[in-house]
Design a protein around this ligand. Structure first.
Ligand SMILES: C[S@@+](CC[C@H](N)C(=O)[O-])C[C@H]1O[C@@H](n2cnc3c(N)ncnc32)[C@H](O)[C@@H]1O
Length: 216
């Protein structure tokens, strides 16, 4: 899977179906996440940085975006995007979100110039690519401060039967498990969960507030 994104990185923005489909989901997810000016936002599986423009609008120059991805080629594309826009508040970290664990991720993030504890975290179209996504989720949740926000945007089968073959094909092409439904973790672990969906339910977004450690 890693190799898939190494190869696909130069054309990802064009072939990923961003327009007209997947941009809708990231917009919904970032709206639900509601990052504020000055926040540090962790973007897990950040890819080429398609979330960066909308996140920048929310956090402003006083905020920080920490993008974590295991594909150097995808991160290189994200770095180019940041340079093109003159964003100096983007910290990019090459790490496997499943294997690293929260402590190691925190070390890598601080070494790269971010803060270990983050105000908000987002994973868009990323957890469903990770067979053990619950480990990446646990690490992500542990890095968000109590009272901070988390959001997951991901895919499931659309309710319109005629769209299902296309949705399945798109997920297979990207290496995503359309049956993973990782937003269920937001519903399980978050407080005041909010939800949105689009494209006949193919795109699912959930966001919530992170409870105090050791329960709410
Ligand atoms: C479909 S792309 C989505 C990228 C971006 N979040 C977006 O919304 O466009 C999935 C990304 O997850 C990354 N990824 C997959 N497994 C990962 C893992 N275990 N740790 C970190 N990144 C991973 C891939 O390298 C790829 O960049």
């Amino acid at each position: 899977m890693s190799r898939r994104y190494e190869l696909i990185a130069p054309v990802y923005d064009v072939v990923s179906g961003e327009y007209p489909v997947y941009r809708t989901g990231r917009t919904l997810g970032i709206d639900l996440l509601g990052p504020r000016p000055g926040d540090q936002v962790l973007d897990v599986g950040c890819g080429t940085g398609l979330n960066l423009p909308a996140l920048q609008q929310r956090i402003g120059p006083g905020g920080v975006i920490v993008g974590v991805d295991r594909s150097p080629a995808m991160l290189a594309a994200a770095a180019r995007r940041a340079r093109r826009h003159g964003w100096t508040n983007v910290v990019l970290v090459a790490a496997d979100a499943v294997e690293s664990g929260a402590d190691r991720l925190a070390e890598r993030i601080t070494a790269a110039g971010g803060r270990a504890e983050t105000d908000a975290a987002l994973a868009s179209y990323a957890l469903s690519l990770m067979p053990e996504w619950d480990r990446a989720w646990a690490a992500t949740l542990a890095l968000v401060r109590p009272g901070g926000r988390v959001a997951v945007v991901d895919m499931r089968e659309p309710t319109v039967a005629a769209w299902r073959p296309l949705a399945r094909w798109a997920c297979r092409l990207g290496g995503a498990d359309i049956t993973a439904h990782p937003w269920s973790a937001v519903e399980r672990d978050g407080l005041q969960v909010v939800a949105a969906q689009a494209w006949a339910g193919h795109l699912q977004a959930r966001a919530a507030t992170v409870p105090a450690r050791g329960g709410s």
